[in-house]
Design a protein around this ligand. Structure first.
Ligand SMILES: NC(=O)c1ccc[n+]([C@@H]2O[C@H](COP(=O)([O-])OP(=O)(O)OC[C@H]3O[C@@H](n4cnc5c(N)ncnc54)[C@H](OP(=O)(O)O)[C@@H]3O)[C@@H](O)[C@H]2O)c1
Length: 258
């Protein structure tokens, strides 16, 4: 049995990792700034409070940990500016605590998009790659939740947005969690870099029609332009890794399960 800490264990991806690691019989500690209520905890996991931005609580949170999986996130403002620093802090605290392996979840080809959020993701991956610790960086494609979230937000005002010329290879957080856990358990002190793509490449319109049918939404599927660096990134297919389709759960299966 291994003691695994999940930095960001209360988040979308982190919760899936905590659940997967508990189910596999490991001792699991979720670390975040806020503690979830009982209804949002995975039974059998320990929940501790620590802040990778300020450093408060990190030493006790990482004491006795064999492997750290980092699934923290921040999308804007000060949090986003601090995100690369949080990864550096995680690696530093892990080194001091004698953690055997650190695993980072980030996004496929983030460094090839000039958008601030993607640049922050690329910076954290670089910190892991350059760290003297044994590390694994898992580069995942967009989650099913992300695309479904775009559809559901638009449907509230009657329109399900799709972007011209854009496809996704969405993956479930459960499939990502399996990859992250396997990396946490990787033997040896070497570095690893893993790409995790969803099972299918699908046009955004096809995904929207699937979402509409599954949810019974009456909103209209509309095609919109997506300007800017993120639009260029997506239209160039840089979010796709068809040769690394490791995920099992399709968008349609995932919608059905929900
Ligand atoms: N969304 C996608 O499609 C996608 C695709 C591929 C990869 N990813 C990767 O997945 C990662 C996780 O995304 P997510 O959607 O699961 O994130 P999320 O749901 O927003 O969760 C973020 C987690 O980080 C914790 N956190 C934030 N700041 C913290 C701090 N200073 N100290 C301690 N914990 C902190 C949050 O808890 P508190 O706020 O309570 O601290 C929460 O548990 C992203 O960084 C990204 O690299 C995402």
């Amino acid at each position: 049995m291994t003691t695994i800490a999940v930095a960001g264990g209360t988040g979308l991806a982190g919760r899936a990792v905590v659940a997967e690691a508990v189910a596999a019989g490991h001792t699991v500690r979720s670390i975040s700034r806020h503690l979830p209520d009982a209804a949002h905890r995975v039974a059998g996991a320990e929940y501790v409070r620590a802040d990778f931005c300020t450093g408060v609580g990190l030493a006790p949170a990482l004491a006795g940990v064999d492997a750290l999986i980092e699934t923290m996130d921040a999308r804007s403002g000060r949090g986003l500016r601090a995100l690369p620093v949080m990864s550096v802090a995680a690696l530093g605290a892990a080194a001091r605590a004698g953690v055997g392996r650190c695993v980072l979840l980030t996004i496929v080809r983030a460094g090839e998009c000039s958008m601030g959020y993607y640049q922050a993701q690329a910076a954290r991956a670089l910190s892991y790659e350059k760290s003297a610790l044994p590390t694994s960086v898992v580069y995942a494609t967009q989650f099913h939740n992300l695309v479904a979230g775009v559809f559901s937000a638009g449907a509230k005002v009657g329109l399900i947005p799709t972007f011209n010329g854009v496809s996704f290879q969405t993956i479930s957080t459960a499939d990502v969690a399996s990859v992250l856990l396997a990396e946490a358990l990787r033997e040896g002190r070497g570095k690893a870099s893993v790409v995790a793509g969803g099972p299918d490449v699908q046009g955004m319109r096809e995904l929207a029609e699937t979402w509409k049918a599954a949810t019974g939404s009456k909103a209209m599927v509309v095609a919109l332009p997506l300007p800017g660096s993120f639009g260029s990134f997506l239209r160039a297919g840089k979010n796709l890794v068809p040769d690394e389709a490791v995920g099992n759960e399709t968008f349609s299966d995932w919608l059905g399960r929900r």
